[in-house]
Unconditional design. Sequence first.
Length: 123
Amino acid sequence: MKKRDLIYAALPAFMLAACTSTGILYPEGQPHSSSSLLETTEATNTLIIFYDPETGSERLMNAVREYGAKIVYEYRNFNGIAIKLPNGTDMEKAASHFRTVKGVLSAEADRRMQLHSEHNGLR
C-alpha cells in the first residue's frame, strides 16, 4: 500500500516538473503574438494554378501567355503550374482571372512561410 501511495503522490509532481515555461520562447521585453511562430514573411509574385487533367492545360497555357506571365514550374504529378506574374500585377485580380479559365480548379498566390524567426527568441 505504501508504494502505491508514494507513486500517487510523486506522479503529479513529476508531471508538473515536465511543464515548461514560455520564457525561453519569448524572452522578457520582446513583443510576441500567438501567431508569431508561423507567419507569412513574404508574398511572392507567383501564382500556383491547378487544372483538371481531363480538360488539359492548353487553354491555361494560352491564358498564361496572353496575360504576359511566365511559367516557372510544372507540377506534372499534380496537374499544376507555377507562374511568375509581371511586376505590379494585382495578385487577387490575377488569381480571379485564371480561375475563370476553363479547366482551372484553383489559382492561389504562392507565399513563403517561416515557422519561426530570431525576433521571437528561436534560433
